[in-house]
Design a protein around this ligand. Structure first.
Ligand SMILES: Cc1ncc(COP(=O)(O)O)c(C=O)c1O
Ligand SMILES: [Zn+2]
Length: 425
């Protein structure tokens, strides 16, 4: 059975209308709702036992090809094929600081272009190749674009990236180096987003936009599969009683949120595993937003799915969004897993960059935001000391040096003598 033959259609997340694979491309024609891709779980369950997946030797997100709506494009060992399978680190020093028994960090900066977005872009590029699209286009705050540019370059696909002109220099450099056509928009990420959709319609390009193209979520859900696999292999208790962490509260996952597509993808991944009967319950998912860009947090706490735009202003450029494009599913990700949303200030994000750095992890502001959310949660009783907790770092600190140097004192400059050194020691 080819991987894509399990792709049986789409379902609108708002009105529930179902569509066949060839009927629609992006969002629901009736109400603009985000589309969930539907897989034939009956067929998958019949064909695979979970150990058929966990015993695979392909150490990338493509090990989950049987659960994906696309087939892996030809050409092994390129960056496109090496997205995913990121490490999980134990964080004992930080756990001790926060009074927690179990804390891990999954480091998405170890993806080929150094952010979580490689997962989405790998799958969208695979889809574009199936559709024989000549050009893929995306709006991006930087990372989605870098991921699309890098993954496209790896397989000789043409890519065009629209980014706000305020995007950090390192991210723009990355886009250019990967050979994408880069267009900087004199406006916000939201302006770039709207322009990209119009341009894709006008010129017939395939649009990857986050929270618009349904395939991005299918890439992002693979992080949930990896978390499940890591948990099964290290703690056993999702499948077998008497594992070392049996009889403890469920795993709690902290993730930073902009458009809401990563958190929705992680939720979908666990829902897939639940539908397959491979997990008995879902972990708790906690979204963290910058308080200057908190449209989803506001909706969650107002107990509504109506996402009201804000005027975004935060140092965490990757999660700086006026109108999140995947807000409804993002609200549900926390609501349906007994999670919550936590807003964090820019100062708390900067502090988190420094704290993570001292524990060996260099995160960009949006990546560190998730840890800042955990610090708040631990201090306010949202998590208990015996909760097993996993924090996602979604992007590398090298992507935004200007933010990083705000987190630490600058290094002293001395004359090259021992006297000079002694003066500052
Ligand atoms: C590093 C990083 N973290 C978090 C996010 C948030 O993801 P989403 O917009 O899907 O909520 C992004 C999105 O660009 C990102 O680049
Ligand atoms: Zn609909």
């Amino acid at each position: 059975m080819a991987a894509s033959s399990k792709f049986i259609g789409y379902r609108c997340s708002l009105c529930g209308t179902e569509y066949l694979p060839g009927q629609v491309t992006y969002t629901c024609p009736k109400d603009g709702g985000n589309l969930d891709i539907e897989l034939d779980f009956e067929a998958i369950r019949k064909k695979y036992h979970y150990e058929d997946i966990t015993s695979r030797t392909d150490y990338s997100l493509w090990r989950y090809e049987p659960l994906l709506p696309v087939s892996q494009p030809k050409g092994q060992d390129t960056p496109l094929h090496l997205a995913g399978w990121t490490p999980v680190y134990a964080m004992p020093q930080l756990a001790g600081k926060l009074g927690l028994d179990h804390l891990w960090l999954k480091d998405e900066s170890r993806n080929p272009t150094a952010s979580f977005k490689d997962r989405a872009s790998a799958i969208v590029v695979a889809r574009a190749q199936e559709l024989k699209s000549e050009i893929i286009v995306t709006a991006s705050t930087g990372n989605a674009g870098a991921a699309l540019a890098g993954m496209s370059a790896a397989v000789g696909q043409k890519a065009i990236i629209f980014a706000p002109k305020s995007a950090p220099q390192a991210k723009v450099a990355q886009l250019l180096i990967y050979g994408a056509r880069v267009i900087l928009v004199d406006g916000s990420y939201d302006d770039a987003f709207d322009l990209t959709i119009k341009a894709a319609q006008e010129f017939g390009w395939y649009c990857r936009n986050t929270g618009y193209n349904p395939f991005t979520l299918e890439g992002k859900k693979t992080a949930a599969y990896e978390i499940w696999e890591w948990w099964v292999k290290t703690h056993l208790d999702w499948h077998q009683p008497n594992g070392p962490l049996d009889n403890h509260p469920p795993l709690t996952i902290f993730v930073s949120v902009g458009d809401g597509n990563i958190i929705s993808g992680i939720h979908k991944g666990f829902k897939d595993l639940y539908a397959l009967g491979w997990i008995p319950d879902l972990p708790r998912i906690i979204g963290v937003q910058a308080s200057g860009s908190a449209a989803i947090t506001n909706a969650f706490h107002a107990n509504t799915e109506e996402i009201k735009p804000v005027s975004a202003n935060t140092i965490a450029d990757s999660i700086s969004v006026d109108l999140p494009r995947d807000g409804v599913r993002a609200v549900r990700a926390a609501k349906e897993t007994a999670g919550t949303y936590i807003p964090v200030s820019d100062d708390e994000i900067i502090q988190a960059i420094a704290t993570l750095g001292r524990a060996g992890v260099f995160a960009e502001p949006a990546g560190a935001a998730a840890y800042a959310g955990l610090v708040k949660a631990a201090g306010s009783g949202i998590v208990r000391s015996d909760d097993p907790i996993l924090v996602l770092n979604t992007g590398s600190g090298l992507k935004d040096i200007r933010a990083a140097i705000q987190a630490v004192p600058s290094a002293p400059i001395i004359e090259p003598t021992l006297e000079g050194l002694k003066r500052i020691l």
